[in-house]
Write a protein that binds this ligand. Structure first.
Ligand code: PLP
Length: 477
């Protein structure tokens, strides 16, 4: 029998539910019996009956010895890692754990400046010293892609003592790095490789998809099993290869960062998502890629600009649908698709839109999307929206560590008065989602002027306490 046909953790949950145990344990709704009626109506008795945490028979995800351990082993086998850990707080927790487990305070880690905000959280916790590099910028699309060997080599040469290379690949838009070449560069320098592969839980299951960093031999790789494959929201996996990162330390970090009451539903969904991919992944992803190809052709036929396989980008996840509709901002298309057509995309930026195509889609879903986009395309305003200049200033000087600044006593000052002050806030114009300021960094007058110009152009700011950025939090003097 194919070992991947088993789902031992899911089976334990089914057994518990079917046994009809009289429960005096958490959660207080007692498998739905005490849950508010409107909530039961929304999610159903079945989900509530299975909403339990680690009682007898359900193993312990922090120290697995039974069904959860076997589920971890099957996931490791399916993804090709030496060890897999299930996560119930997303890749957010995985990124934090990778950094906290691998780096001692003060050790240098090379980090792409467009890394997800959870990476900043991990840097803050670990007190490692980030040295940022910029992945190549795609001026036509207006986005930063993923690390290239050239961009990484340059930062490695400037930082010969760096302990680890942090990579984000694939990106939100589907760009994928040459993970083999990057791992090889790091190994030549005896550096660890930590990879945020949140957008890559499907990669291992279809030859047309980019190569997973797990196969390239990265030390730690995190994947969100809820993004492109069928785990429940928050479900994710952390894969470990080799012994360069101390496993005992990694496991104690995971115990520190994760809840002591993990949802058995989330854990079981990881087990069945893995089984589904191992057994039917090739066929499901054939279907996904076929639908995405049809959608790309349909979008082009109605006048959309479709992005795929960009020059200078090593590989591309073709399951991602990335496009723009000339004459519209990406934000407006996203808003109008929702308001006028009851369709919600994954995200938009000032120009582009990203739709995820997953095993949950059918030809009908694609047809509906194409009909809606073609109706919008017929109403394109004559004047193109002003695109924000794809500009990125020099990286600011850092005067305090992320942690010192994050925890510092602060005061709010008008943005116009923030030059020369040490930032407590993160200031991240989105898109393209690269922080211009992180805690501890000091903006120059030129950077403040640039920020003001971006705000006047209507950019959205992420990370700051005042989202309008009329004021910014700085270290109190
Ligand atoms: C590149 C990247 N890493 C990590 C995360 C966090 O993942 P999660 O939502 O699973 O916590 C995200 C979320 O969008 C992401 O885009």
């Amino acid at each position: 029998m194919d070992p991947q046909s088993a789902a031992p953790y899911f089976d334990s949950l089914v057994s518990y539910v079917e046994a009809g145990v009289l429960s005096f344990h958490m959660p207080g709704h007692q498998q739905g019996a005490g849950a508010p009626g409107e909530f039961v109506d929304l999610i159903g008795q079945g989900a509530l009956r299975a909403d339990i945490t680690q009682v007898q028979g359900m193993d312990d995800i922090h120290r697995p010895f039974d069904g959860c351990l076997r589920a971890h082993q099957l996931a490791a086998q399916a993804y090709g890692s030496e060890r897999c850990y299930f996560l119930v707080n997303g890749s957010t927790c995985g990124n934090q754990a990778m950094l906290l487990a691998s780096l001692d305070p003060g050790e240098v880690v090379l980090v792409p400046r467009n890394a997800h905000s959870s990476t900043v959280g991990g840097l803050l916790l670990s007190e490692a010293r980030p040295v940022y590099y910029q992945p190549p910028f795609d001026a036509e699309m207006g986005v930063f892609h993923v690390a290239s060997p050239d961009s990484v080599l340059a930062v490695m040469e400037r930082n010969p003592g760096a302990r680890a290379l942090f990579l984000t690949s694939p990106s939100y838009y589907g760009a994928a790095a040459d993970v083999d070449a990057l791992v090889a560069l790091a190994r030549q320098r005896d550096m660890l490789v930590l990879v945020d592969e949140a957008w890559g839980a499907h990669l291992a299951f279809h030859p047309r998809l980019p190569r997973s960093a797990v196969w390239a031999g990265a030390d730690l790789v995190v994947q969100s099993s809820h993004k492109l494959v069928c785990g429940l929201s928050q479900a994710a996996m952390l894969h470990a290869n080799g012994q360069r990162v101390d496993r005992a330390r990694l496991e104690s970090v995971l115990r520190l960062l994760q809840t002591t009451s993990p949802s058995c539903l989330l854990v079981a969904s990881l087990d069945t998502a893995r089984r589904q991919l191992a057994q039917e992944g090739r066929a499901l992803l054939d279907q996904v890629l076929g639908l995405a190809d049809q959608a790309r052709a349909g979008l082009e036929a109605v006048g959309a600009t479709v992005w795929a396989r960009r020059p200078g980008v090593h590989d591309w996840d073709d399951s991602r649908l990335v496009f723009r509709l000339p004459g519209f901002s990406g934000y407006e298309v996203e808003r109008r698709l929702r308001r006028e057509h009851n369709i919600q995309l994954e995200m938009s930026d000032s120009h582009n839109l990203v739709a995820l195509i997953t095993p949950g889609h059918t030809r009908q879903s694609i047809d509906r999307l194409l009909t809606a986009v073609s109706r919008l395309a017929g109403q394109a305003p004559e004047k193109l929206p002003d695109g924000r200049r794809p500009h990125l200033p020099e990286l600011p000087e850092s005067r305090l560590s992320l942690k010192q600044a994050f925890l510092a006593r602060w005061e709010s000052v008008p943005l116009s008065k923030a030059a020369g002050r040490i930032c407590v806030d993160t200031v991240c114009p989105y898109p393209p989602g690269i922080p211009w300021l992180l805690p501890g960094e000091v903006p120059s007058p030129a950077l403040i002027e640039e920020l003001q110009a971006e705000l006047a152009a209507g950019v959205t700011i992420q990370g700051a306490y005042d989202p309008q950025l009329e004021t910014v939090r700085v270290v109190k003097e």
